[in-house]
Design a protein around this ligand. Structure first.
Ligand code: FES
Length: 142
């Protein structure tokens, strides 16, 4: 999506993105989450925190806190919707393009904002898998 600006010189976002930014459904924290992950973007200094509630390998709930821009809040909210109800394996296959497409597109210079949410998800899923592997090793055999 080419970079477009409004007549007031502001970055032009899609209506879907603006709506998500104004009314995100998944902002907040989960009490007793299965896993929590935080990532930062060194280019802009923003941060993103994701909470996952996973039961029997399925993502039952997703919440996030964004310390970023409008695009990060919107893409974080879209990411949460796209993975909610999916298995950990299915969520691991999510592509950044799906997040941007869900918002009707994203200016190229804002793709890193979607990447921040995406990287946080990947980190959370990796932590979950490590936790599962650790738990399996800790269990007594037989
Ligand atoms: S500018 Fe930092 S997340 Fe968008």
């Amino acid at each position: 999506m080419p970079v477009e600006y409004t007549e007031r010189g502001m970055l032009k976002y899609t209506k879907k993105l603006i709506e998500r930014f104004k009314n995100p459904k998944n902002v907040g924290e989960i009490e007793n989450p299965t896993v929590v992950a935080t990532e930062g973007d060194p280019t802009c200094g923003d941060m993103f925190k994701m909470f996952l509630k996973i039961e029997n390998g399925r993502i039952e709930d997703v919440k996030f806190l964004s310390f970023g821009c409008a695009a990060n809040i919107a893409t974080g909210d879209m990411t949460a919707d796209l993975i909610k109800g999916k298995t950990v394996e299915e969520a691991g296959k999510l592509q950044i393009k799906e997040i941007a497409d869900g918002l009707g597109g994203l200016p190229a210079i804002k793709m890193h904002c979607a990447t921040l949410a995406y990287r946080t998800l990947k980190k959370a899923l990796t932590k979950y898998k490590q936790k599962q592997a650790g738990g399996a090793q800790a269990r007594p055999k037989g």
